[in-house]
Design a protein around this ligand. Structure first.
Ligand code: FVH
Length: 343
């Protein structure tokens, strides 16, 4: 197992693989982040190329897709592949760290693992740096756990497949301390063969839910879940700003928020059922009533000196619902009004 990216999440992922007895090679753009992991038995590769060459399964968890492309030498807005596919023509505008992706100067001779899993000790040799990183992916499985969009995931899957690699995309529904605990969920989609082969290994990270062959599906679920989460966090920020405007301690008020949100969460399955059935008639709290009441949220914000920018789009959506003659319907009727390409 190789883990590329040793930020908060990458470290947690590598730690979980180690905890489950998987030989693990790690690499990070900025050297020196692997100390704690090497003390636990990980091998720190000197270059991304060496890290990829070390294992049949390569997990990438970096900041964003620009970083993924930079590490892998994949095409992107900056045309990185053109640069990386031409070893020996370094671009002065790139930093030494970037050049390190195909810089063969290994700090220590490594152990190479063939894609079939057999490991041979030795000096990395020609695999390490004399070719573009992307050329090393053939026969390996690339598991990309970096947050991104469905389109980005599908493009990377296509690119990996063109290079003979199996591709799995993942959305991590956990924060780093949760990795490896039962509360951690990794949503996965992409190559079914790769998932079957590596589900056991990936389960070191927590529950793993396979969403099918479309590599973009895990990212779609991930982004949808994060959208729901940010709605909740935005609401919490607004609530505490309002009560804070009268110096009520957040710690005193927050238990009420938690209880209220938990009570409201119970309404989601019924809303989902109404959306699937396209029947929004069953409601105890119709849109017309909610649109009227929502005006008070905006007015209170203004009166209390609290900005209302988080709330205004919801108020506008409620008004659109009423204007579309949905005033007697449930809140779930608004979902269709969010789509710019109605089905
Ligand atoms: N942490 C969290 O709560 C969330 C939970 C859900 C999943 N996300 C996603 O996981 C990805 C990594 O997040 P992270 O928490 O590890 O992020 P950081 O601690 O900020 O570490 C970022 C790593 O990315 C490397 N990196 C950044 N740019 C580049 C680049 N151009 N080339 C190579 N590597 C790059 C960075 O390296 P360095 O700065 O140390 O050299 C770190 O290893 C992310 O998609 C979350 O959305 C986390």
């Amino acid at each position: 197992m190789t883990v590329i990216g040793l930020g908060a999440m990458g470290k947690a992922l590598a730690g979980a693989f180690l905890d489950n007895g998987h030989p693990t090679t790690v690499w990070n753009r900025t050297a020196g982040r692997g100390g704690e992991l090497t003390a636990r038995g990980a091998t720190e590769a000197a270059t991304a190329a060496e890290a990829i060459a070390a294992s049949p399964v390569v997990v990438v968890c970096v900041l964003d897709y620009d970083a993924v492309r930079e590490v892998l030498g994949a095409p992107g807005p900056s045309g990185l592949e053109d640069v990386l596919d031409t070893p020996g023509t370094p671009d002065d505008s790139r930093t030494p760290d970037t050049l390190g992706t195909f810089d063969g100067g290994s700090r220590t001779p490594g152990t190479l693992e063939a894609p079939d899993g057999s490991r041979t000790p030795g000096t990395p040799g020609p695999l390490d740096g004399s070719r573009a990183v992307s050329g090393l992916l053939a026969g390996r499985t690339l598991v990309n756990l970096t947050n991104g969009t469905p389109r980005q995931a599908r493009e990377l899957a296509r690119w990996a497949s063109e290079r003979g690699a199996d591709y799995l995309d993942g959305g991590i529904m956990a924060v780093p301390p949760m990795i490896g605990t039962p509360g951690s969920l990794v949503l996965c989609s992409g190559s079914p063969e790769a998932f079957t082969a590596h589900e056991g290994t990936l389960s070191a990270l927590g529950a793993v839910d396979y969403l099918g062959e479309d590599a973009g599906r895990a990212a779609l679920y991930d982004i949808a879940l994060l959208s729901a989460m940010y709605g909740m966090f935005g609401g919490f920020l607004q609530a505490v700003a309002l009560t804070g405007s009268e110096r009520i301690p957040a710690t005193e008020f927050t238990p009420l928020v938690v209880a209220w949100l938990n009570a409201m969460l119970t309404s989601l399955p019924a809303m989902a059922k109404a959306y699937d059935a396209n029947d929004h008639s069953a409601t105890a709290s119709n849109l017309g009533m909610q649109a009227k009441g929502f005006v008070n949220l905006l007015e209170t914000g203004r009166d209390q000196g609290v900005r209302t920018e988080l709330l205004e789009p919801m108020g506008a959506l409620l008004d659109r619902g009423v204007a579309a003659n949905r005033g007697g319907d449930d809140l779930s009727a608004l979902i269709d009004l969010l789509r710019t390409n109605p089905a």
